[in-house]
Design a protein around this ligand. Structure first.
Ligand SMILES: Cc1cc2nc3c(=O)[nH]c(=O)nc-3n(C[C@H](O)[C@H](O)[C@H](O)COP(=O)(O)OP(=O)(O)OC[C@H]3O[C@@H](n4cnc5c(N)ncnc54)[C@H](O)[C@@H]3O)c2cc1C
Length: 348
């Protein structure tokens, strides 16, 4: 451990550049701001949950406007004088030497560049929704993907699950805890006998008539002319990286049930040294709470690598444990618990 070396940031504009200024990026920024590092947050302003008015399941902010939670987070971070903010897009990033061999050049809006010693990618994902007439405009209002986020508010009413592939069976199996479920297989999900029996045992009605469109709040119009009035609908889309930067930098990805996510180790470092990732971009199971937790870990991870040097991917945190803060210790154990629960929830 050598804390007397000059910080690698001395030839850079910023110690850490955080790309993505929503829940994960803000949480990383807060840790780094409080560590008195010079940081820049770059944010294009397209949160994944911008289609929903309220956010649920984040302790102390349950049911509050998703935009307010993000705005208050931004205000928390902006209160620190060592934080810079850029409203815009990081259009490219590349590795570029630096005192310890790790510095990055980030291009902003295709117009100018900034240099940072560490990067945190908190760029999130975008949802590629099933092509059903009327679905996109109801996304986040009466059509959802996560029952933990929006299931309770349906008040145990009629819930439709719109199949988008084989994984939809899992969604239909989960939802009876939130209401009376009809599974619309819509020609994209064929059930074997065991799945059919399992769904029926859970009280799920199976409707195999093709879906024509959605109307009103959440009414499913079927090809045979029936209109099934639902309280709310659930479906899975495919998820894609919101930004190509992780790929540009050479980060490894893992295959999730709904799409790829950036591989990280316990400190949230990616397979590219000195590049960290947090939030939906690096996990299969997503929520504001998990993004905030990841962000805190990535912020601390990036700070540790400034202090003690870059460690290889998956290096045990024990190397710096002697100076671990209470926060970091808690974050490590939270991470272990969360890995277990993420593998339990898989896609949801
Ligand atoms: C409809 C819907 C409803 C949801 N409801 C809930 C809920 O009730 N409760 C809950 O816990 N979770 C909910 N979620 C999940 C939640 O939205 C995500 O888990 C959370 O937003 C992840 O936070 P994040 O910071 O990782 O990514 P995001 O919030 O998606 O933020 C990523 C940020 O990075 C920016 N960005 C991306 N690329 C670049 C770039 N190149 N340059 C600059 N900026 C960039 C984006 O513009 C965006 O601001 C919902 C999701 C959806 C789709």
């Amino acid at each position: 451990m050598n804390t007397t070396e000059p910080t690698p940031a001395s030839t850079t504009d910023y110690d850490v550049i955080i790309i993505g200024g929503s829940y994960a990026g803000l949480s990383a920024a807060l840790q780094l701001a409080r560590a008195r590092r010079r940081i820049l947050v770059v944010d294009a302003g397209h949160r994944r949950n911008r289609f929903a008015t309220n956010s649920h399941g984040f302790l102390t902010r349950d049911g509050q406007p998703a935009a307010d939670i993000a705005a208050e987070g931004r205000a928390n971070v902006a209160a620190y004088p060592n934080v810079g903010w850029h409203d815009g897009v990081a259009t490219a990033a590349r590795h570029d030497g630096g005192i310890d061999g790790h510095a990055f050049v980030v291009e902003l809006d295709g117009a100018r560049t900034v240099r940072g010693a560490r990067l945190v990618l908190a760029t999130g994902v975008r949802d590629d929704l099933p092509h059903i007439d009327g679905l996109a405009e109801r996304w986040g209002k009466s059509v959802f993907h996560c029952p933990y986020c929006h299931g309770y508010e349906l008040n145990e009413g009629r819930i439709g699950v719109l199949a988008s592939g084989p994984l939809s069976v899992h969604q239909a199996q989960m939802l009876p805890h939130w209401g009376h479920v009809t599974f619309f297989t819509n020609g994209v999900c064929s059930l074997d006998d065991a799945q059919r029996a399992d769904l029926q045992a859970r009280g799920v009605q199976i409707d195999e008539t093709p879906v024509l469109r959605l109307v009103n709040v959440a009414t499913v119009v079927l090809e045979d002319g029936r209109q099934e009035i639902m309280t709310g609908l659930f479906t899975y889309g495919r998820v894609h990286m919101s930004s190509p930067i992780a790929e540009q930098l050479g980060c490894a990805f893992d295959a999730g049930p709904l799409g790829p996510f950036i591989r990280t180790d316990e400190s949230r470092q990616t397979t590219v040294p000195a590049v960290f990732a947090a939030g939906d971009a690096m996990r299969a199971a997503s929520s504001v709470a998990l993004a905030v937790a990841d962000g805190a870990m990535a912020g601390v991870g990036a700070h540790r690598s400034l202090l003690f040097g870059v460690t290889p991917f998956a290096a045990p945190m024990m190397a710096v444990a002697s100076s671990a803060s209470a926060l970091a210790t808690e974050s490590s154990s939270a991470s272990a618990t969360e890995s277990a629960s993420a593998s339990h929830s898989g896609a949801r």
